[in-house]
Design a protein. Structure first.
Length: 264
């Protein structure tokens, strides 16, 4: 009887090992990969809930890995060893380096008509924030309305978290779907130490991606119309228009900073 039990256990371990070692199904992860990534996300959530928000939003990649067991850690490394081009993202690699000086932005409470929403604590490189601040001031002086940074600088660690959270909770364990909306660590403009991106929301909290919003919700705002005409004057450019060359979904809220013909 003991031999039978040992044999069954060995068989189960062998089968699970095979599922663990198999290549990722990029349309939908197999049951074991899905289970492990959900476990990873739960551990990361627990870690983040124990930290002050202004600490975890710039948490480094290695700190995220340290809370995982060896099997989980190896799976995360396998995931981020994939060339994003294989998932349909053809944008460039930016950086895993931290900007020299980050400005901390307090959380914004939006005047939403539905449930309350806030931006959470955000950071932005000093050089791009100065231009954004001037842009927001000029917009207010012209219209009496405000724009805010809804998502600013993201460390590679935070980007790793965001990708797996989106994979597990928003895209049915599909790597292909997730990569259409969330970049892998190092490939997000939000993580560029120089030409970083910001996601913009208006004072009603409309950004085109929160809750049940769609890109067209932000596209229809007066803020988007003004940005489309004026953001270039403050060194901000729309990164992902419709049918963009990088294979990223339409993101009218996402504007990157770039000093044309000069350095930051």
């Amino acid at each position: 009887m003991e031999y039978i039990i040992v044999g069954i256990i060995a068989l189960i371990i062998s089968v699970l090992g095979a599922f663990y070692l198999t290549a990722f199904n990029r349309e939908k992860l197999n049951f074991l990969h899905s289970y492990i990534f959900e476990s990873i996300l739960n551990k990361w959530d627990k870690k983040l809930n124990s930290m002050a928000e202004d600490e975890w939003v710039i948490m480094d990649y290695d700190s995220f890995l340290r809370v995982l067991n060896p099997l989980e850690r190896a799976l995360v490394k396998r995931l981020y060893s994939i060339n994003p081009a294989e998932l349909g993202f053809t944008g460039p690699f930016y950086s895993k380096e931290k900007p020299g000086r980050l400005v901390k932005l307090d959380s914004v409470e939006f005047k939403t008509s539905g449930k309350p929403r806030s931006s959470g604590v955000q950071y932005c490189p000093a050089h791009s924030y100065e231009d954004f601040k001037q842009m927001a001031e000029d917009y207010f002086n012209e219209t009496g309305r405000k724009i805010f940074i809804d998502s600013g600088y993201r460390s590679p660690g935070r980007q790793a978290y965001v990708f797996i959270r989106s994979l597990v909770r928003n895209n049915g364990y599909s790597l292909n779907k997730t990569a259409k909306w969330v970049a892998m660590p190092g490939f997000s403009e939000h993580g560029s130490p120089v030409n970083n991106a910001v996601d913009i929301a208006n004072e009603e909290g409309i950004n085109g991606f929160s809750d049940d919003q769609v890109p067209e919700d932000f596209e229809k705002t007066p803020e988007y119309d003004w940005l489309r005409k004026n953001a270039i004057n403050y060194n901000f450019y729309l990164s992902y228009p419709r049918d963009n060359e990088h294979g990223v979904g339409y993101e009218p809220w996402h504007w990157h900073w770039e000093k044309k013909g000069g350095e930051a």
